[in-house]
Write a protein that binds this ligand. Sequence first.
Ligand SMILES: [Cu+2]
Length: 173
Amino acid sequence: MKAPIIALLALAAGAAAPSLALAHVVAAPGEAKAGSYSAVAFRVGHACAAGDATLKVRVEVPDAVASARPQPKPGWTIAVEKDGDKVTAVTWTGRLPDDQFDDFALLMKLPAQPGSLVFPTIQTCEKGESQWTEIPDPERPGEKLTRPAPTVRLTPAATDQAPAMPDMPGMKH
Ligand SMILES: [Cu+2]
């Protein structure tokens, strides 16, 4: 009786492995200085399923992010959702085939508090949808999630003598 169950589990693991091995939707870079203005791209590594195409990417902006502005993308339209002045979500609409990747960027004023910033993201495809909304547990850093939300780790701001790396050239504020 046990053998068939083990075989089924092995099959299930095998089926899940290809998508796990690919890039998911991730924040790039996945680390930034707390309190900085930083550009972070949401990198879409593949469509919702093999052979599908991504049509829409909606990124939720956490409350702690004081400002967020999307980078324009040729071929994509941008819709910004706001609560008062605060940007709460940004949606890019266009078309990205499964065998290509692309970056969808936001320039943000990041919170001063070090920690993890989670950006729940919905990827809408021609044939389906992937909800990248699972929140990583900081106490289980190596844990493999099926659909982890893109996450930016905020590192303590340097006590900088010299200006730090130019994160965001051209930004006026
Ligand atoms: Cu993936």
